[in-house]
Design a protein around this ligand. Structure first.
Ligand SMILES: [Zn+2]
Ligand SMILES: [Zn+2]
Length: 510
């Protein structure tokens, strides 16, 4: 899931309604000039970045790692630049109004929004097209060392299959569910407009937005498995072993899928809140290039996310961040009333403060929690491939061979399990061309994850302390949500009663 695409849709939905500032460029010619000029600039920047990365690759035969770093950094930066230009289109130009005022567009639900977001989508595709030569070359270089035939086909698959894969995985995966939500939202808004004034419920469109977003989120795996081309993992030794593992660790899912990427991706993922719509996906590149034990380790990591309810706690985090931002806005509002008479701070300032609070919470809090959840999933994966009994354990291990007279505590981690998992992580990094030291906001660097697992295998007390810290994070999330919901219920309830009274009186009155 690519954060910048999600952010583009988030500002698409929220920004134009708030309109904190008036657009500067409003004439049709000016708007076109800005929109097309930005796309041209994005293309120019992308091609410059590509030729620089290609030069590094050509000039220094040993410069592979450097080129990888540069490539990762610049594509990331270019994506955020595309997002920033889109924010400019929305806030400083009359682009959204120009699209919305075009009659035929307003007839089809969500059509206007899709056209408004088009400059962002086109910009994202331009970045992809420009990056293709570097991506291809890097894949060829890193791939040859690992799996010659597999990556050879991927690297020579051509621009078309490269674009097909990346557009599906970066853009469509967000665009399709968002379009469904927007259609529901537009229909709710339309219904609201048609109702007689006395029957109108101002919060109906927002309520529709919330309900449809929740519904789309729950069923999303059913259509995501089609957007990403997948098929059921066929029967055989590996399938039997994974099914057996599901039974042992109590993992319920609808199917285990092969995630087809033309060998372009060595990855695994899990999706779905409920067992009936839950899938574990293993990419073709992963199945092709790793041994069964390593695949089981990666599968165990994904199972760990489910067994430890990480998706549910991420939803609680989202709720907690909204409650905190709402609290900040409410406090500012009250303070502005008390401090300097009526409306010392205007609406736009308070709204922006709420927005800044949300961004800060996600920027710091989400990364912090996500990195710890990843480590907990790593630990779970390592346990899944741990030795059963002393005979299966080959290295000196605090649980098995070499444990001495005293029995190890139940939470101790087997060194063999840690080693198999670490080897799997190392291989994933190598095959994906990710430098092991490269920091990651959501996952931490591969090197630090490997070091952490080895340290846990050497120190059972560390396992206990780590599990305790995760429990503390989860308890804090629950507490913030309970307290926040309590406070908001207290503030909202008088409004709910008057609203209900108004609706019943208008219904009985005619
Ligand atoms: Zn994970
Ligand atoms: Zn062991």
């Amino acid at each position: 899931m690519h954060l910048h695409v999600v952010m583009a849709f988030a500002i698409l939905i929220w920004w134009p309604r708030e309109r904190p500032i008036d657009p500067i460029v409003t004439s049709a010619a000016g708007v076109w000039l800005v929109v097309l000029g930005q796309l041209a600039a994005v293309w120019l920047l992308s091609t410059v970045a590509t030729s620089r990365a290609l030069r590094v690759l050509r000039d220094q035969p040993r410069g592979l790692e450097d080129a990888q770093h540069r490539y990762h950094r610049t594509t990331l930066m270019l994506r955020w630049i595309v997002l920033a230009t889109f924010a400019v289109d929305l806030t400083l130009t009359g682009w959204p109004d120009m699209v919305a005022s075009f009659r035929p567009v307003s007839i089809v639900p969500a059509m206007a929004e899709i056209i408004i977001v088009l400059p962002f989508l086109v910009g994202s595709v331009l970045v992809l097209v420009a990056a293709y030569p570097v991506d291809r070359l890097l894949r060829l270089h890193t791939g040859i060392a690992a799996t010659p035939c597999a990556t050879e086909t991927a690297a020579t698959g051509g621009l078309r299959s490269y674009l097909d894969f990346n557009v599906r995985h970066q853009l469509l995966v967000v665009v399709v569910p968002m379009t469904m939500i927007l259609i529901a939202y537009d229909i709710a808004r339309d219904l609201e407009d048609r109702m007689p004034a006395s029957m109108q419920v101002p919060w109906l469109p927002d309520f529709g937005l919330g309900i449809s977003a929740a519904a789309v989120f729950v069923v999303a795996p059913l259509f995501l498995k089609r957007i990403w081309t997948t098929h059921s993992l066929p029967g055989g030794i590996l399938r039997d072993e994974l099914d057996r593992m599901c039974g042992k660790i109590g993992l319920r899912c609808r199917d285990i899928l092969v995630w087809r990427s033309g060998q372009m991706m060595v990855n695994a993922a899990v999706m779905g809140l409920f067992p009936r719509v839950r899938f574990v996906m293993l990419s073709d590149g992963l199945l092709e290039s790793m041994d069964d034990k390593q695949i089981e380790a990666v599968f165990g990591h994904e199972a760990g996310h489910i067994r430890h309810r990480h998706i549910q706690f991420f939803l609680l985090f989202a709720l907690a961040s909204m409650l905190i931002a709402a609290g900040v806005m409410e406090l500012l509002y009250r303070w502005s009333l008390a401090a300097a008479g009526p409306r010392f701070l205007n609406e736009a300032v308070i709204q922006s403060a709420g927005f800044v609070a949300i961004v800060a919470l996600w920027g710091v809090g989400f990364g912090f929690i996500s990195r710890r959840f990843e480590r907990q999933a790593d630990l779970f994966g390592a346990r899944c491939v741990s030795a059963v009994g002393d005979a299966g354990c080959s290295v000196p291990c605090g649980v098995h061979a070499g444990a001495g007279e005293r029995a190890a505590p139940s939470y101790a981690l087997c060194s063999t399990g840690a080693s198999i998992f670490a080897a799997a992580l190392d291989r994933v990094a190598l095959l994906n061309g990710i430098p092991v030291e490269e920091p990651s906001w959501r996952h931490s660097s591969i090197a630090s994850r490997i070091a952490f697992l080895h340290s846990l295998a050497a120190d059972p007390g560390g396992v206990e302390r780590f599990e305790r810290s995760i429990r503390r994070i989860k308890k804090t999330l629950i507490a913030v949500c309970v307290v926040g919901l309590g406070i908001s219920a207290y503030y909202v309830q008088p409004y709910v009663w008057t609203e209900l009274a108004r609706m019943t009186s208008s219904a009985s009155g005619g």
